[in-house]
Design a binder for this molecule. Structure first.
Ligand code: CUK
Ligand code: CUA
Length: 864
């Protein structure tokens, strides 16, 4: 092994374990040999490894292509965090299986028809001054032209809007720099109305365009009424980008079929792919959306098609708001530089990237210097006069991302399977990195914002081929993480993504995201308002109105209230479910067997499920999240009876029962257990109060959660006492049992609060003491010694004052316990615990650290 290997090892093991670097070194060499890893592999692993509890620096939102969803993962660990249901039902979140989410999905109906499939391509993060603000995520559906809005406070889809005039839409979503509008460009030109038009009328009746969706940033909703579409020639508008900085107010959209070719293999015509790439150039569309938004306010400037405002081409042209610039044929990405001055267009059939300059374009527009007009009368700007220059990159350039370094740009090369780093100002290629295989989009860290963060590029590859275990002919996608912090790029790791074909992904600094922990009690998460079915403890009820049955239910560890519901066959049943929990991560799920319903109930949420009880029978309903030790008991029965049938109660079986004396004994035992458990709780409460827990928000939140449970006890106690009075000991026992359940839940959170508080108020550990605590834990000392308690070995609090010359005594005893078994004190201990202190083979350094740890324990003895 080479010299600097030790350096890597100590880098990897972290400071608290530097002492054990020698043994870590050996261990590392062993692992590397066994797994066939090189040193550089180990460095790459270290760059992406997150120890447990450590979070990522960036969060990526990736489209999921044909899965119609969004995938969320962290960088650099490439760990998947969530799938968000968007255009497709997602069962875990109840998306499409509860009533609230169905309403969102059904906003995406087109011409009154349900569509439950989508093809997500381009996610976009909301912006302020061109920088990501972490509030909203928009994403398009290419197949059924729609845009969805996801709230980044809870990562739920809140809105879907269908495009009233397009028949497909690819070039979206793109936020303008202050999130006033979301750009969505058409893809396959088609008639704007919903009628039949023969393909021979393509040039006359088929149209392309760009829809500008008005966005209310504070509410996070698209305002359909204030949105409009700019009519464009049927050139098949493709990817787009919004201007920013100097080009703010303008939009840029390229196109792939200025030939206006319409194919016809079946009638002997050459296929689309030949006819649509005949011309040397297609058109980059440049439009002044800010001006057009003003024009759209006047009804004389718009045509209303399908209840939607469309600005005809001639109006846009007359108002100097729409222009064309030739660009190399069949381009793909168009990406505006962070300052808005450079516009890079990649031609997938061209080896070049073309860099246009906004100031040059603007000058031509202002001076009305046109090279001509297209057949629809749209002015064309001269390509050469608009260009800053072209760079030869390689085969199949597609998409671009920026870094914070001036002029630095990263471009994907589809055919060459490479990422190329170059400079769009000097037009020089700097570096290339091979990827596996056929990269589509690439994702920089905030790499398309006004403030790119650099550090990493993710290559979103179209093919995985041989990279992963064969799981059949349909392979996962491969996202490859590339380190771009050095002079040259370095590919760090592969991540298989088994959920559709992601196209674009966007990354944001994790610290910009502020997800909720819980909802205000009774929230309809899809509208963020209080739900009509909000139900608090004690308000649970079943209401009947004719054949409509409404159940107002609550869920809380570990019961559903009510637990029995009887309805008639044919009844329409709505169940409103409120999760009364406030504790972090205490979600419950809810389903009624056989009725195809599911709700995910996060703390504070109210959701509803609705079904017709059209079959007779007995149907268990239950909580679908393993939420507590009594999760399996969190259930109930829906009983559906046929009103036209007579049911005879079956013969009552004679069951043996307990004697009154036995009942009394069990009751007394239960009450005694509760009294003992309560004493533990009170001691924790005293500790928390003595140590001013309310000064620490994290701890105070946990204490609130604990009291949510504890405060339910008096009500149960009342019921238990009433049962005793009435002589129903069995019922009294059941209520006392419920009290115990509540106490256990209280203690569970209470002890977590205590541990958290101890960590916050204890004196700071020296690094030696911290290493000692780690060694104590890893050396198995905790198996016999519990700090603050006598367990199967003595309590070690105060051990350093129990012996003369104690540090040496403890050190000798840890390192060579056998030698001291004869010592009268040790002998006494051995007899008492019936156990001998084993030799755990701690080295001198570890032993010294443990002694430092024990000193820290003594300093904080009052806390244990
Ligand atoms: S597109 Cu798929 S690789 Cu829809 Cu942005 Cu380029
Ligand atoms: Cu609630 Cu399981």
């Amino acid at each position: 092994m080479t010299k600097h290997f030790g350096k890597i090892a100590s880098l990897l093991v972290g400071t608290s374990l530097v002492a054990t670097a020698v043994s870590a070194d050996a261990e590392l060499q062993k692992v590397m040999k066994a797994r066939g890893l090189s040193e550089i592999d180990v460095v790459r692993a270290a760059k992406t490894y997150n120890p447990t509890g450590v979070k990522d620096e960036f969060v990526v939102f990736s489209s999921a292509g044909q899965a119609g969803q969004v995938i969320v993962y962290g960088v650099p660990s490439m760990r998947i965090l969530k799938y968000i249901g968007v255009f497709t039902p997602e069962p875990w979140q109840g998306y499409g299986f509860d009533e609230e989410s169905k309403k969102v999905l059904r906003q995406g109906n087109i011409r009154g028809r349900e569509i439950n499939w989508g093809d997500t391509h381009h996610p976009a993060l909301s912006e302020k001054d061109g920088k990501y603000d972490g509030k909203w995520l928009a994403i398009n559906d290419k197949a059924n032209p729609r845009i969805a809005i996801i709230d980044l406070a809870d990562f739920e889809t809140k809105q879907i809007v269908a495009n009233p005039v397009f028949k497909s839409a690819h070039g979206g979503a793109f936020f303008t720099q202050n999130s006033d509008f979301i750009i969505e460009a058409c893809q396959y030109a088609a008639p704007f109305d919903n009628n039949y038009h023969p393909i021979e009328d393509y040039k006359e009746s088929y149209r392309g365009g760009v829809t500008m969706w008005k966005f209310d940033h504070s509410k996070g909703r698209i305002q359909e009424k204030d949105s409009f579409t700019i009519e464009m020639p049927p050139y098949m508008q493709d990817l787009s980008d919004s201007g920013k900085g100097v080009s703010d107010g303008w939009g840029f959209t390229n196109s792939v079929n200025t030939e206006m070719y319409t194919g016809g293999i079946e009638v002997g015509m050459p296929p689309n792919e030949a006819g649509m790439s005949r011309n040397d150039t297609d058109f980059l569309h440049v439009y002044n959306w800010k001006k057009l938004a003003e024009l759209a306010k006047d009804k004389n400037n718009v045509k209303i098609i399908n209840d939607h405002k469309v600005i005809p081409m001639d109006i846009a042209v007359k108002n100097n708001a729409l222009f064309l610039i030739p660009e190399p044929k069949s381009p793909h990405g168009v990406d505006i530089s962070p300052d808005g001055e450079y516009i890079t267009v990649c031609g997938k059939l061209d080896t070049h990237a073309s860099v246009f300059k906004w100031s040059k374009i603007k000058k031509l527009i202002d001076s009305k210097e046109f090279a001509g007009k297209d057949p629809y009368g749209v002015p064309i700007l001269d390509m050469k006069k608009s260009l800053h220059g072209q760079a030869e990159l390689g085969l199949g350039p597609l998409h671009n991302q920026y870094s914070p370094i001036d002029g630095e740009i990263y471009t994907s090369l589809y055919v060459d399977s490479q990422i190329v780093k170059w400079n769009y100002k000097t037009l020089k290629v700097i570096d290339k990195e091979n990827v596996h295989y056929n990269v589509g989009h690439l994702c920089g860290m905030e790499g398309k914002s006004a403030d790119p963060q650099g550090k990493y590029i993710i290559s979103l590859n179209k093919l995985a081929i041989d990279r992963f275990q064969n799981v059949g002919p349909l392979h996962p996608q491969n996202h490859q993480l590339i380190d771009i912090s050095g002079k040259t790029m370095d590919l760090l790791v592969d991540m298989p993504l088994p959920l559709g074909e992601p196209h674009q992904a966007v990354a944001i600094r994790a610290e910009k995201l502020h997800g909720h922990v819980r909802y205000p009690m009774g929230t309809n998460s899809r509208t963020d308002s209080i739900h009509e079915g909000k139900t608090l403890a004690g308000q649970e009820r079943i209401e009947r109105n004719g054949n409509k049955v409404k159940v107002y239910a609550t869920v809380v560890r570990s019961h559903i209230n009510p637990e029995r519901i009887t309805v008639n066959k044919g009844d329409e049943v709505t169940m409103y479910l409120t999760n009364l929990e406030r504790a972090q991560d205490e979600a419950h799920g809810f389903t009624v067997d056989h009725f195809n319903v599911h709700a995910s109930l996060e703390p504070g949420k109210t959701a509803s499920i609705k079904f017709t009880a059209d079959i007779e029978g007995v149907f268990p309903y239950y909580c679908t999240e393993f939420c507590s030790a009594l999760h399996l008991e969190m259930m109930g029965y829906l009983m559906v009876k046929d009103p036209n049938k007579k049911y005879e109660s079956s013969q009552k079986m004679k069951m043996q029962t307990m004697t009154p004396a036995q009942f009394k004994a069990e009751y007394d035992k239960t009450v005694a257990t509760n009294t003992a458990t309560d004493a533990v709780i009170q001691s924790v409460v005293k500790f928390l109060k003595d140590n001013k827990f309310d000064k620490h928000k994290v701890v105070a939140d946990l204490v609130t959660d604990a009291f949510d449970q504890y405060n339910q006890i008096p009500a149960q106690k009342k019921l238990a006492d009433a049962a005793v009075k009435a002589g129903d000991m069995e019922k009294a026992i059941l209520h006392e049992n419920m009290i115990w359940q509540l106490m256990v839940k209280t203690a569970d959170v209470g002890i977590r609060a205590k541990d958290a508080l101890v960590r916050l108020i204890a004196t700071k550990q020296s690094s030696a003491a911290a290493a000692g605590e780690a060694a104590f834990g890893e050396g198995g000392c905790g198996g016999c010694h519990v700090i603050g308690k006598v367990s199967s070995g003595p309590d070690l609090t105060g051990v350093l004052s129990r012996h003369e010359n104690a540090e040496k005594w403890v050190k000798d005893f840890i390192m060579n316990p056998e030698k001291m078994y004869g010592d009268p004190y040790v002998k006494g201990m051995i007899d008492y615990f019936n156990l001998k202190m084993p030799n755990q083979h701690m080295n001198e350094k570890e032993t010294k650290n443990i002694i430092e740890y024990l000193k820290w324990v003594d300093q904080n003895a009052n806390l244990f």
